[in-house]
Write a protein that binds this ligand. Structure first.
Ligand code: PLP
Length: 404
């Protein structure tokens, strides 16, 4: 069913034309890297000239089960032939199965809202928190990233993302990540929710401390607010557990999901707990949310994660990779952080030239997190041999640049 993994190279004229079309007609909001990808399979992708890369970008953390997993492809094929769209106002077999799976993954989080992206999941969680508590404020973390639509953007920290679109939604405030006292000063009887990532992704791969997370949970309960954990990047097995908050025995009131959940097909979800007031018809909605195509893909992803032991693999190979990266004796490395296969290498230099070298000289795609963090978000099927390849490449690339 899948095409052969080695694509035929495109001729230089076609390649130039394709690049020109993107340059001329894309909106302009994306900084382009100098690679045109045409195919993916498992942990690998190929560019239009037929070059193979070990993919640690993974569609920005989407490919937890790898690119074009045959079971995801088959599920899409089967569903597409049968029913591609079905609004939430009708029952649907595939969506019902997905809701049953997602609504029993975490004890206590039994209800699920299905959306089409991460930012939409965050929007929904914010709305549900305001509705449920009757309070306006959301307290989020500095360096946090929650999406680009206006509500989620208001919870996002980075000034460059926010400033061009002000005024944003009122009621959002930020305190330093891992600083409980500063959160304590902001959370009060006007706080609808505390919204945090357990491992900050875009913000540079920073892992929360158990004291901080448990403190936030206590604070939310004491002051009548909800705790929303954003697992859009860290969820779906990425950190070696289904969800990163499970490393800390946390009991969030809502969990936002997207990225890996659809195996490459757009989907978002909010898992909703019992402290959230029951939601009623008409309160929120989405034309495409819960559509059978995305639901079929997500069901396949859930099966694959379980059947192939990918979450255990992410824990094992992730720990091996983290340890190996920490052992690279480069003065350019400030710190290596991460959990499972969500890894950041903070450099004392700008990361971009290293990402370029990794891609062009080593055939490894990695992504940035801010100016000087190299981020690795490979498929959870990454093998130890592939981890060794990353380690050797990283050591070479760091050694190639004088430390000065
Ligand atoms: N929340 C987190 C933690 C994310 O990492 C992202 C995307 O990177 C989002 C929200 C937004 O997701 P999307 O790009 O699907 O809207």
């Amino acid at each position: 069913m899948n095409p052969s993994p080695q694509p035929q190279p495109l001729d230089p004229e076609t390649l130039a034309q394709l690049r020109a079309w993107e340059d001329e007609h894309d909106s302009g909001v994306y900084a382009k890297r100098d690679i045109l990808l045409v195919q993916g399979r498992g942990t690998r992708v190929w560019d239009a000239e037929g070059r193979e890369y070990l993919d640690c970008v993974g569609g920005h953390g989407v490919t937890v089960v790898g690119h074009s997993h045959p079971r995801v492809v088959a599920a899409l094929h089967e569903q597409a032939q049968r029913l591609m769209t079905c609004p939430g106002s009708f029952y649907n077999d595939t969506r019902a199965r997905l809701l049953a799976r997602l609504g029993t993954l975490v004890p206590g989080l039994r209800r699920v809202f299905l959306a089409n992206s991460g930012t939409e999941a965050v929007e929904a969680a914010i709305k549900f928190a305001r509705y449920s508590t009757g309070r306006p404020n959301i307290v989020a973390a500095m360096r946090g990233f929650h999406g680009r639509t206006l509500g989620a953007l208001s919870a996002t920290w980075k000034k460059e993302y926010r400033a061009p679109f002000e005024p944003l939604v009122p009621g959002f405030m930020h305190a330093p990540f891992n600083n409980l006292a500063r959160f304590e000063a902001l959370v009060d009887d006007r706080t609808a929710a505390i919204l945090v990532e357990v491992v900050q992704g875009e913000g540079g791969i920073h892992v929360a401390t158990p004291e901080f997370l448990h403190g936030l949970q206590r604070l939310a309960r004491e002051r009548g607010a909800l705790l929303i954990v954003d697992e859009i990047q860290s969820g779906m097995g990425r950190t070696g557990r289904w969800f990163a908050f499970q490393h800390f025995d946390l009991e969030p009131d809502m969990v936002t999901l997207a990225k890996g959940l659809g195996g490459g097909v757009p989907i978002g979800a909010v898992l909703i707990g019992e402290r959230v007031k029951p939601l009623h018809p008409g309160l929120h909605g989405s034309t495409f949310g819960g559509n059978p195509i995305a639901a079929a893909a997500a069901l396949a992803v859930l099966d694959i994660l379980e059947d192939e032991g990918l979450i255990e693999n992410a824990a094992r190979v992730g720990a091996y990779l983290l340890e190996g990266l920490r052992a690279i004796p480069s003065p350019l490395i400030r710190e290596v952080r991460g959990l499972g296969l969500m890894i950041g290498i903070e450099l004392r230099r700008k990361g971009a030239p290293f990402l370029k070298r990794l891609a062009h000289e080593e055939g490894i795609l990695a992504l940035p997190a801010g100016m000087n963090v190299l981020r690795l978000l490979p498929a959870l099927s990454l093998s130890q041999d592939e981890a060794d390849r990353i380690l050797a490449a990283m050591a070479r690339v760091l050694a190639a640049v004088p430390a000065s």
